[in-house]
Design a protein around this ligand. Structure first.
Ligand SMILES: C[S@@+](CC[C@H](N)C(=O)[O-])C[C@H]1O[C@@H](n2cnc3c(N)ncnc32)[C@H](O)[C@@H]1O
Length: 388
């Protein structure tokens, strides 16, 4: 299994624009000027050029998955999406059953493009619904209503056999009973996959300023932990097993192949402003990062075919520091051999034993690393301890 996994390859495409930045968001996102429409043909050509630049590093592998993330990729014209998919097919090639996901916002304007994305080759849609409560959508600064989200979901359903949506919970002032009702309403919509994110207050966001001024009151850690445990159990009982910390699928076939690739620390090419890539060539794993600013990225790609800021080898310590917090997120964990291949001799058997004894890691097969329910909320701390 390990050997086949090392040959997996994904493609991440970053679309950096949004109509409006959400007040909680710290992603590499830029608000569009309504008077200056995006030059879609120019972006299609630049994304394709940067993809051609990286294609030789696929070294004969074909793509398992493509993910259009953002920002708001549903602001891309279907022709732009199609151009990137066609370049990927031509320059790298697709494995059978390739998963091609696009993140979409549930406004009516975005939903008008869904059929076009399906025709372009997208076969999985991930809708950012965030909440089914009007007051919460307002507080989150969203640009859509509950009715618009439900209508978008219906349109998405008619175009896609693989449909996911995101909700955010543990919001300020949200109570558990109302979350239970909201979640049941969400499950009744019968998604194939659902991502449930606890609202986090990120540095340098409007929500951080509001929290500092006492205008919003984020939940305390223990209340957030209660929400988390209850949510995971509730989803399991509804046959939506959590295969990762925040992700649940109605059946294993609906688990996100692209995200699984990140968690198992496999390779991916990243194109677009601020995109990251991880690529193995000649036995070395490298990290590539593209310029974050859309206008600089565009100019550089047009001048030299790519906007790579850094592309460097990762040491064994770096590889372990990246692979651990990702791998521990997978509910079923990973074989120790996975980490041993990435960082020979760096994982301490004594530390693993200590975490097993304290109940943070499952005491299953000796040759396997799997977090327990108790360990799941503190994965980053466990990973730091294991790599030190
Ligand atoms: C970068 S967003 C892009 C998706 C899409 N444009 C949208 O707005 O729905 C991807 C997902 O990250 C989650 N997210 C972003 N910031 C978050 C935060 N501070 N706390 C929790 N979840 C967050 C949201 O659920 C969102 O759907």
């Amino acid at each position: 299994m390990l050997e086949a996994d090392q040959f997996r390859l994904g493609l991440y495409v970053h679309w950096p624009f949004c109509e409006k930045r959400c007040p909680y968001c710290d992603f590499n996102v830029h608000e569009l000027d309504p008077d200056q429409p995006t030059d879609q043909a120019r972006w299609a050509a630049a994304l394709s050029a940067e993809l051609r630049h990286f294609a030789p590093l696929a070294q004969g592998r074909r793509l398992t998955s493509i993910f259009f993330g953002g920002g708001t990729p549903s602001l891309m014209a279907p022709e732009t999406v199609e151009a990137v998919i066609d370049t990927a097919r031509r320059e790298i090639g697709f494995l059978n059953n390739i998963e091609i996901t696009l993140e979409a916002n549930p406004t009516s304007a975005d939903a008008d493009r869904f059929a076009g994305y399906r025709a372009a080759g997208v076969n999985r849609l991930s809708l950012g619904i965030q909440s089914l409560r009007p007051d919460a959508l307002l507080a989150l600064g969203r640009q859509h209503s509950v009715d618009e989200a439900l209508a978008a979901l219906e349109l998405a359903r008619s175009a896609f056999d693989n449909l996911s949506f995101d909700l955010m919970y543990a919001r300020p002032r949200q109570d558990r009973e109302d979350w239970a009702a909201e979640l049941d309403q969400a499950l009744a919509l019968r998604p194939d996959h659902i991502s449930l994110y606890q609202l986090t207050i990120e540095p340098n966001t409007i929500f951080e300023q509001l929290a500092r001024k006492g205008i919003i009151r984020p939940k305390e850690d223990d209340e957030t932990a209660d929400f988390y445990h209850w949510t995971r159990q509730h989803l399991s009982a509804a046959s939506f097993a959590g295969y990762e910390v925040s992700n649940h699928a109605a059946a294993p076939t609906f688990e996100s192949a692209h995200n699984r690739l990140y968690w198992a620390y496999q390779d991916y090419i990243g194109i677009g402003p601020g995109a990251h890539g991880r690529l193995t060539s000649d036995g070395a794993k490298t990290a590539a990062r593209q310029h974050r600013a859309p206008s600089v990225w565009l100019d550089q790609v047009e001048a030299q075919g790519h906007a790579t800021v850094t592309h460097e080898n990762l040491s064994a310590e770096d590889r372990l520091a990246e692979a651990l917090p990702f791998g521990l997120r997978l509910t079923e964990g990973l074989p120790l051999a996975h980490f041993e291949a990435l960082a020979p001799g760096l994982l301490s058997a004594g530390k693993i034993e200590a975490l097993r004894a304290e109940g943070y890691l499952m005491a299953r097969d000796d040759d396997w690393l799997q977090v327990s329910d108790e360990g799941r909320p503190v994965i980053d701390a466990l990973a730091r301890y294991l790599q030190s």
